[in-house]
Design a protein around this ligand. Structure first.
Ligand SMILES: NC(=O)c1ccc[n+]([C@@H]2O[C@H](COP(=O)([O-])OP(=O)(O)OC[C@H]3O[C@@H](n4cnc5c(N)ncnc54)[C@H](OP(=O)(O)O)[C@@H]3O)[C@@H](O)[C@H]2O)c1
Length: 261
């Protein structure tokens, strides 16, 4: 019997890249899974991608998580079809790529990134707690995806780095307030993940990135899904408010090997 047999899971941004691996992990371990992309088109592409992995029986509905009414509509569907929710994975993210440096960036772009990554994650969590977890005897578990860039910044991504730092702080604050109610909130902070963006990298750049990794390889989506599944399962029953880094050892090094001369 799978670890998540009988459990109902929602993965935001489950329609591409790491999100697909998250949906697959929970499904292969027995869960009923709901996923969303931000639009009808991207969600439909996600459905096709999951089907091409041999997965069926999941539920998908487009939902822009920065829009409260769309979040409510998604939870209406979960309520109507399953009547419960056990695990929320806040994976959806606005990467804030191409917004320019801090001197020229339009502050409205900052709001967009925070609207998805911070406010979006918050309002999905609030809805999960109020509509399901607080009404169920076996409460619920929340897992956020932040980033190792919450601790060590990358260039040209001010809003993204700040939003991931905010997620780490929000995870601790939520964990503290929700622990007495029996709800756990934890976070996985990935480093490099091999996504479709990785495929567009110049091979020399990809090799250099791997040299940046003490373990010599970026995470695959399945590596991240394994950590998230641990945090969502009873195996982590005594953990809440934790940020678990999964970044091939990048955070523990002062300088990459080729610079450390
Ligand atoms: N990739 C990395 O190297 C890396 C490193 C550290 C941390 N992370 C974190 O790990 C998680 C997964 O990363 P990833 O690279 O697989 O993500 P990704 O490829 O950027 O995909 C982001 C997902 O979020 C969804 N999304 C964006 N805006 C949304 C909105 N307003 N409402 C609902 N969904 C929305 C996207 O849906 P659409 O398809 O509709 O846009 C997509 O499914 C993210 O939280 C990311 O920040 C990634």
């Amino acid at each position: 019997m799978g670890r998540f047999e009988g459990k109902v899971v929602l993965v935001t941004g489950g329609n591409r890249n790491t999100g697909l691996d998250l949906v697959e992990k929970f499904m292969r371990e027995g869960a009923t899974v709901y996923m969303c992309g931000s639009s009808e088109e991207s969600t439909a592409r996600g459905i096709a991608a999951l089907k091409s992995r041999g997965l069926d029986g999941f539920f998908a509905q487009a939902c822009d998580i920065s829009d409260r009414s769309q979040v409510d509509a998604l939870f209406d569907t979960v309520e109507r079809r399953s009547g419960r929710l056990d695990i929320l994975v806040n994976n959806a993210a606005n990467q804030g790529i191409g917004h320019g440096g801090p001197l020229e960036m339009d502050p409205a772009k900052f709001d967009e990134v925070f609207g998805v990554n911070v406010r979006g994650g918050f309002q999905v969590t609030q809805a999960a707690c109020n509509r399901f977890f607080m009404k169920q005897e076996s409460r619920g578990v929340v897992v956020f995806l932040s980033s190792n860039t919450a601790m060590r910044a990358i260039r040209g991504r001010t809003a993204y780095c700040a939003s991931k730092g905010a997620i780490n702080s929000m995870v601790r604050a939520l964990a503290l307030d929700l622990a007495p109610l029996g709800i756990r909130v934890n976070c996985c902070a990935p480093g490099y993940i091999n996504t479709e963006r990785w495929d567009t990298l110049d091979p020399a750049k990809a090799a250099r990135r791997r040299l940046n990794c003490p373990l010599r390889h970026e995470a695959m989506g399945s590596d991240i899904a394994n950590v998230v599944a641990f945090l969502a399962s009873g195996d982590s029953a005594n953990m809440t408010g934790e940020i678990v880094t999964c970044d091939a050892g990048c955070s523990c090094q002062h300088m990459p090997e080729d610079v450390d001369v």
